[in-house]
Write a protein that binds this ligand. Structure first.
Ligand SMILES: Cc1cc2nc3c(=O)[nH]c(=O)nc-3n(C[C@H](O)[C@H](O)[C@H](O)COP(=O)(O)OP(=O)(O)OC[C@H]3O[C@@H](n4cnc5c(N)ncnc54)[C@H](O)[C@@H]3O)c2cc1C
Length: 306
């Protein structure tokens, strides 16, 4: 593999929109991606204008087709495993031993879930258990739901989800973490709260039927929302010295720049917006910042040689 201006690591909405902007700015781009986006568990992605309800894999197929119309892109279906070098001359190695040399790097590596520790949750995740009501609330409107969450966040979620359904129950899966006032408020609004740990989630073909608690309580429901534990989609940003926050986010400035010269990050890995269209927008914006830096550097080199 030859030299490129930008190695985009991660080919989700953020990385692909960045690639589109960069090839249109006449930059050579390699997109390295191993096809493990967080939303691969879902059948449909919602809320992306002109693509509402599209499957995540079809979204990527169309995006790649559009970008491939430009001659300076290459797609590498592999995992980036190590990075050496510095701004202007990075060397990226993939799991299958391909080498990419790039002037700049964009981490668009997304986020990944920590193992789901509730019995039966993996079976329903992305089919009838979701994390974001803006993504999947419409499909579960007016249905009886179980919300797995606790503390102040649960309180906030109760108010939010009530815009989609008023038939929901909280399972806090241990101490509820609520104040007495919050408990009273939920009671006033008719929201049942159960603290007993969840024994298992009963489902058929990915569709939840009931949540069974350790104290024997059985809660019939047709959908679940829960709060996942997330980490950065790849260890590489940290490995090359990028600052990563406690919540697993690559720390960037307003242009998507990390603390490592020549290295940028965009999308879910560098923001908490967690929407495909936001990730794509951040990818596009960060690509423009990278292109600006590349063009300023090239101008400077020409200036020196005059
Ligand atoms: C269950 C679920 C449902 C969702 N539904 C919706 C929805 O309906 N609408 C919506 O707008 N959003 C939805 N989202 C959120 C949406 O999936 C994300 O906001 C979006 O995918 C983020 O895009 P991204 O490009 O930042 O990361 P991702 O799409 O996660 O892409 C990151 C890519 O980087 C790759 N990668 C990571 N490390 C490496 C490496 N070292 N080498 C090579 N490749 C690497 C991964 O394989 C992956 O392909 C949902 C999320 C979940 C979990």
């Amino acid at each position: 593999m030859g030299n490129v201006d930008v190695a985009v690591i991660g080919g989700g909405p953020a990385g692909l929109n960045a690639a589109l902007m960069l090839v249109r700015a006449r930059k050579k781009v390699a997109v390295i991606d191993d096809s493990r986006p967080r939303n691969r568990v879902t059948r449909e992605a919602h809320g992306f204008l002109t693509r509402d309800g599209i499957s995540p894999s079809e979204f990527r197929r169309i995006a790649k087709e559009e970008i491939s119309a430009y001659p300076t892109v290459s797609f590498i279906e592999d995992t980036a495993v190590s990075i050496t070098g510095t701004d202007g001359n990075f060397r990226i190695e993939t799991a299958r031993g391909q080498i990419v040399h790039s002037a700049k790097i964009l981490f668009a590596v997304g986020m990944k879930d920590q193992p789901l520790s509730i019995n039966g949750l993996a079976e329903v995740y992305g089919k009838s258990a979701f994390v974001c009501p803006y993504c999947d609330g419409w499909e579960l409107r007016d249905k009886p739901l179980v919300i797995i969450n606790s503390g102040g966040e649960a309180m906030h979620f109760a108010k939010l989800i009530s815009g989609w359904t008023d038939r929901f129950t909280f399972c806090t899966n241990g101490p509820d973490g609520l104040t007495e006032e919050e408990r009273e408020e939920l009671k006033r609004h008719g929201v049942p709260v159960f603290e007993s740990p969840i024994q298992f989630i009963d489902s058929a073909d990915g569709m939840v039927r009931q949540v069974v608690l350790e104290d024997g309580t059985v809660i019939p429901c047709e959908g679940i929302f829960f709060k996942p534990e997330l980490v950065t989609g790849s260890d590489l940003p940290k490995a090359i010295g990028c600052e990563v926050s406690d919540s697993g986010m690559v720390v960037v400035d307003e242009f998507g720049k990390t603390n490592v010269p020549g290295v940028y990050s965009a999308g879910d890995s560098a923001s908490r917006r967690y929407q495909a269209i936001s990730a794509a927008a951040l990818g596009a914006f960060t690509a423009a910042a990278m292109n600006n830096e590349l063009n300023m550097e090239a101008w400077g080199r020409r200036e020196e040689s005059l």
